[in-house]
Design a binder for this molecule. Sequence first.
Ligand code: N01
Length: 534
Amino acid sequence: MQIFDAIIIGAGFSGLYQLHSLRDKLGLKVKVLEAGEGVGGTWYWNRYPGARCDTESKAYSYYFSKELYEEWNWSERYPTQPEIEKYLNFVTDQLNMRKEIQFNAQVTDLIFDENRHIWRVLLKNKEQYFAKFVISAVGCLSFANVPTIPNRDLFRGEVYHTGNWPKKNPNLKGKKIGVIGTGSTGIQVIPEVAKLAKKLIVFQRTPNYSVPANNYKLTEADQIRANEEFDKSKQLMLQHRGGHPWKHSNKAAKKTNPVERTKLYEKAWDNGGLSFRDTFSDLSVDLESNNTASNFIKDKIKSIVHDHHTADLLTDFDHPFGSKRPPIDTNYYETFNRKDVELINIRNNPIESFVSNGIKTSKQHYELDVMIFATGFDALTGTLLNMNIEGNNNIKLKNVWKSGPITNLGLLIPNFPNLFLITGPGSPAVLTNMPRAIEQHVEWISECIHFMITKNYQTIETTSKAADKWGNTVQDAVNDTFFLSAKHSWYLGGNIPNKPKVFIPYAGGLNKYRKLCDMVALAKYDEFIFTEEK
Ligand code: N01
């Protein structure tokens, strides 16, 4: 029986760097199991029209190797899905990693053998592998949330979810298309689909605050500057709570006079992108300040959208700005000025069922050839809980996490020895520029495994007490913010019926989290239990 030192599940940003770290830095025998036909993870599956990253390309790259960074040139300020997929293939080949990756390998079960201290990993095709360590690199937004609308079988048209978009792009030209969902994904897909459709109907339940991306092509001079600024950018990202390459503002909106405040919002709006959230220091903690941002965005939307009724629907916000992940867009609001685009409020006119040629709401019937669900994900826990994961005494993760995920630092789960999570629940991951969070996790995990090897340790496990303590830290961090006021947000599990309503990520900032993780390593992981190699 062949036993790997480590099995990594997933070949996206996390899995690839974890493979490189364990294989090339620690010399371990590693296998990566990937459900898709290629590398990319999130960026393999989310190939819908308009898919692109909201983080700027020069920051949405690996920073563990300056050489690698300099060898790749991004073409636009924000990278498109095809370009990110290409980048991850480039990294895979540059580091010669393809041979360790098995594609079309969907993991169904992870079962810990307590006697032998190894994990048995089962695939959908019934193959099985064994490994001392398992590292979950399954991504945070990888389990599609597909609403259950009655009579789907009756509908004669096509149905797609943006998170499982077909590799062969469907032909949408000249069709009557419906889109459900106006989160970051819907806001990206809607303007692109509108260009192709004969008629586009957007079914909106909750409007979202969106800021212009202000995308542009990068020049050769931009590339040279990005390379020259590699170290400076890295430092900025390490200091930023969200892992982004800019400084936090130290100005409170409330304490800034209204003329100056509007000037600063205008500047941030023109610059575009996620940094708008950091225009002032108090937007996520002071409602009065938050309202100044919210009203500014509302006025902008109303100045763009010609039809008053549509503009009112697009600005009927039910949560403070930033309490849900704020999207950025290219021509989202402008799209509603097209004659062939209609916005339907499904909050007071809910979708009741599919019919053979479209969809029926409580008030009306809409003819459609294609329905696109941009309805998001069972985030952070969905993919993990979709596998059968059994730890000590065959205890099932499904049962342990019945009332919400329990982890220590988002990295380890009590009773599941040697199972590490990259960007797991309880980590700051989804509140950050993901590659920065991923690099921090991978490096921490690799260092921990290295420590175990040098000490001849067989297993590592966190105690329930330490995990409960971390759970309280996660709760305390969110209590200082507005995140809890967005009741339906996926951060809170609010988008999935019957999911426990607990705030899942750590909201204390990646910079602070990194220090906490470093302290644990410096203290030689004294919060963890190790067993020695027999
Ligand atoms: O998903 P979402 P997403 N009936 O959950 C609606 C990342 N991302 O895929 O708000 C009707 O945010 C739902 O309505 P409501 C980013 O972190 C990154 O857009 O619940 N509507 C909402 O409008 C983001 O936050 C990039 O009332 C239903 C929408 O569907 C995360 O992915 C790009 C419904 C879902 O919004 C998820 O974004 C894109 C139902 N039954 C995404 N169920 C980057 O650039 C859901 N909705 C990196």
